[in-house]
Design a protein. Sequence first.
Lengths: 340, 246
Amino acid sequence: MAQLNQGLTLFLSLLVEATPFLLLGVAFSSILAVFIDERQLIAHTPRNPVLAAIAGSLFGCLFPVCECGNVPVARRLITQGAPSALAIGFLLAAPTVNPIVFWATWVAFRDQPAMVFWRVGLTILISVIIACVFSVQKDLRPFLQSAIARYLPSPAPEPAPALSGGGNSLLSKGTFLLQSTGTVKLDQPLMATVGAAALPTLSWQTKLQAVLEMMLQEFRELGAVLVMGSAIAATVQVAIPREWILALGQGPITSILAMMLLAWVVSICSTVDSFFALSFSSVFTSGSILAFLVFGPMIDLKNISLLLTTFKARAVVYLFVLAAQLTFVFTLAVNLYTSW
Amino acid sequence: MKRPFYWPTFWDALALLLWGLMLLRYWWSGRLAVLLHPDYHWLAIGAGWILVFMAVWRGVALFQLPKKLAAEHIALLPRRWSLTVLLAIAVFGLIYVPRPFASEAALARGIAEPVRVTRSQPQRFARNTPPAERSLIDWIRTLNVYPEPDAYADEPVNVVGFVIHPPEWDDNYLMVARFVLTCCAADAYPVGLPVELSGDRREFAPDSWIAVQGIMQTETLDGQRRLVIQPDEVVAVDEPENPYEF
């Protein structure tokens, strides 16, 4: 009974803590969808995979979202025809490389400012490497859930902006906004339609309406997923004795593995995870704390369920394995070869 | 002509409203402190208001001309399914009263070790805090900086916490403990100090709250030299409004 109470308190605590950030994420992503023409942004990003990957990793500075909020943005970048390197770079780096997280980490590790720079630097490095690997796959569709993939243009020599070229709009399914000025499709990729096609003619009021409409849709969907993720995270935390995880914490290798496991299980939002990591910093190696801060925002238990709304399981496994291995290798190097 | 009633819009509005109210209810009832560090309360409260605002906006659509409430929405999760989850959790959250972690959780998370995981930055908790004013977490942080128990012998203690009966200790020892939060209940970790009672510890039930006044002594407990409180007075107190320390 006490364990059940503990689990429920944990569950609610994760929900209550993550909901504001989820809202912030869907708000940003909706505002961007309606008010910013991402095609412009995508059109101005370099086609070279490495440069696109770097640009994608730095996009987080423009879209300050945590890992609950970056999936919808990445999803939209993909449906807008962003190169895969750009989208993957953004997906992995945005939760960490953004002003809010930078500030939070700085506050938490005031006495170890190097942690902030290691965290941001290593995240960009790993994201760029993985994004370059994914850029080999020019057509992302086999990696995507079919509901998303069907909005992608066929593989073309030049990735065309999604939804601009039509197809037969009469035959597409979805929610539609019927107005005197024309028909506007109201789901996610259709928001791209609002942004792309009808942008100049929409009034502020209509745009605000569209933002709220989209926030609602994303909140409904991602909120339900967040509930499941939090429930799993709470169950695992109560079921696995924490000492087992902590007992591994001293060696240079086991501490990294333990902190990565913990980051994966606890699924704490990147905006606040540095405070959580701080509570371990006196007994765990610096490299392992760094592993927690770099790996957690990229992929964790909660965020896997969000990723699965966009990517197929196979792609999520690739992302997970690559991110885990790179984080492990680099933070082990930090543990072994730096005195920091 | 009678307008049809748009149930999907109604359910959306209801789900948003209940989620908003769930967050706000924890604030109104003071239970937010059980779930979150006070620094982040404003985030949850703000999110609650935003959700209520969105619910109102959605509710207004119910009474507007039905210009855009088309049939089907493409979603990756079935809309009904997500709505059901959201509604169920909101109703549950509105009914359930979250309780702070208690002794069983503390034992499960390993409180028996004298020096456990604590935050760094110990210099902030230097020994210049007068001993009688140190809270439990101040004591633990002070001990982390300078762990020799004898250094604190005969110093006055005055702490409040909940009772733990560690099973491996004799019946005249209990632990007075608090959970420490850095962000939310997910990262709560327990800290505590042993108390040597003159009588039996069953006088103070596990999870009840006590205020302990006394002096510090060094004893061997569990085969370790540890700082143990020799109480002058142990009184039962109410659970504080904020059960955690920071």
